[in-house]
Design a binder for this molecule. Structure first.
Ligand code: UGA
Length: 421
């Protein structure tokens, strides 16, 4: 199929590149000349393991353009993958979705062929039906589900393992309203051999929010139990190993520690909370999930203070990205931790294998080490992100406060505190 991808952030670039690998012709619609010129040389400008290699491998099937109407005319299918960031009050910002819907609608007006629009951006339930489709219909003068196809198809990719997640997904969720669109999507995803769950458009949008909310809830639950375990001298990782053996519960997303960050869980939970309030519902569990998450980083500082008077000491920070195998620092737990250390008048030496430059932009005055080993010379070491290479360091004679459970530090450090164990 000929497919255009609007939005070449993380979701759009991964989706387009993986669809090219499945044999489809991909047109990335970009907004800046840098991306337009770099993608054809196999560079995505996104840090995601394996992405640039896959892009390079499939270049013959990939092109870029800044001309959205032309991309629509030349393709049969369009994925909308633009960002839906948070407003200051936590509510969802739909500006990009709105803008792009107007442009796509106008382009559909002059497209003689049948075209299918698929929204992959994370949007609150009802957004497709009350905002996107009405704009598309008004601008094109055509009817959705009759003159053009439409679907909502949320993504479940995790940063750092997105390519693996695309090709080996547990399920594909499609929100559809007409048999023709359903058929198009089933054909598109058939090579992935994954269960396809077809439902209504607004239900599919809700599945995305419910999945992220549940995963975040699991983490905050694991952290609350972990805080209790810490007080009682119990290892929460052992507890969740035992708990996770129950097939009704499963062992995933119970890694307790300093909590979740990234561009998805915090943003999506806050958007759902804000939306619930507009519907007159106070979402107590979701609010508590955010509250517990915000409290976790301070636990690390409290543990450090038990062993060291922080003022004037050099504190090493291992890891700045919100998770390993990513350069993303959005809502990274490293941010409140570094802020707290600065407030306590610590000298900081920090290291991350790929996220340092992004972090330096936020905290230009912190010292950044070139290697993880340099960080170990500090008076104490805080482990904030569980990069695999931190498992190879020599922690003997060190004071380590671990927010992510690095096994070797646990075994070796002379003084070791785990946040929830
Ligand atoms: C998350 C979801 O897992 C994806 O399914 C979803 O597609 C994506 O959001 C999205 O909405 O786009 P992501 O944020 O990339 O993916 O990464 P996760 O692996 O879910 O990690 C999120 C945060 O939770 C990280 O800070 C991680 O350290 C933390 N986490 C994760 C824990 O603290 N404990 C765990 O057991 C698991």
């Amino acid at each position: 199929m000929k497919i255009s991808i609007i939005g070449t952030g993380y979701v759009g670039t991964v989706t387009g590149t993986c669809l090219a690998e499945l044999g489809h012709q991909i047109v990335f619609v970009v907004r800046d000349t840098k991306k337009r010129d770099l993608i054809p040389s196999g560079k995505s400008l996104i840090y995601e393991p394996g992405l640039d290699q896959l892009l390079e491998k499939n270049l013959a099937r990939i092109s870029t353009t800044m001309d959205l109407p032309d991309a629509i005319r030349k393709t049969e299918l369009t994925f909308v993958c633009v960002g839906t960031p948070s407003n200051d009050d936590g509510s969802i910002n739909l500006d990009q979705i709105r803008d792009v819907s107007h442009t796509i609608g106008k382009s559909l007006a002059s497209d003689d062929e049948y075209h299918t629009i698929i929204v992959k951006s994370t949007v609150l339930p009802g957004t497709s039906e009350t905002l996107v489709i009405p704009i598309l219909e008004k601008e094109s003068g055509k009817n959705a589900f009759v003159d053009f196809g439409f679907s909502s198809n949320p993504e479940f990719l995790k940063k750092g393992t997105a390519i693996e997640d695309f090709f080996h997904t547990d399920r594909i969720v499609i929100g559809v309203n007409d048999p023709k669109t359903k058929e198009v999507l089933e054909k598109l995803y058939q090579p992935l051999n994954a269960p396809i769950f077809a439902t209504t458009i607004r239900t599919s949008e809700m599945i995305k929010y419910t999945s992220n909310s549940f995963l975040a809830t699991k983490i905050s639950f694991a952290n609350e139990i972990g805080n209790l375990c810490k007080k009682m001298g119990i290892d929460s990782y052992e507890v969740f190993k035992g708990v996770g053996l129950d097939a009704r519960i499963n062992p995933h997303f119970f890694r307790s520690g300093i909590g979740f960050g990234g561009s998805c869980f915090p943003k999506d939970l806050k958007a759902l909370i804000a939306h619930a309030r507009t519907l007159g519902i106070e979402p107590q569990i979701l609010t508590a999930v955010i509250g517990t998450n915000e409290d976790q980083p301070a636990k690390m500082i409290d543990l450090l203070k038990r062993h060291l008077d922080i003022a004037g000491k050099t504190i090493g920070v291992l890891g700045l990205a919100f998770k390993p195998d990513s350069d993303d620092i959005q809502e990274s737990r490293a941010v409140p931790i570094i802020q707290a250390l600065l407030k306590e008048r610590a000298k900081i030496i920090a290291f991350d294998p790929v996220a340092t430059e992004n972090f330096r932009y936020l905290f230009p005055d912190v010292s950044y080490a070139k290697t993880a080993r340099e960080v170990l010379d500090a008076d104490a070491v805080l482990i904030v992100t569980e990069w695999k290479e931190f498992e190879d360091l020599d922690y003997r004679n060190k004071l380590v406060i671990d927010g992510r459970r690095i096994g070797k530090a646990h075994k070796e450090a002379v003084t070791y505190e785990g946040v929830c164990w």
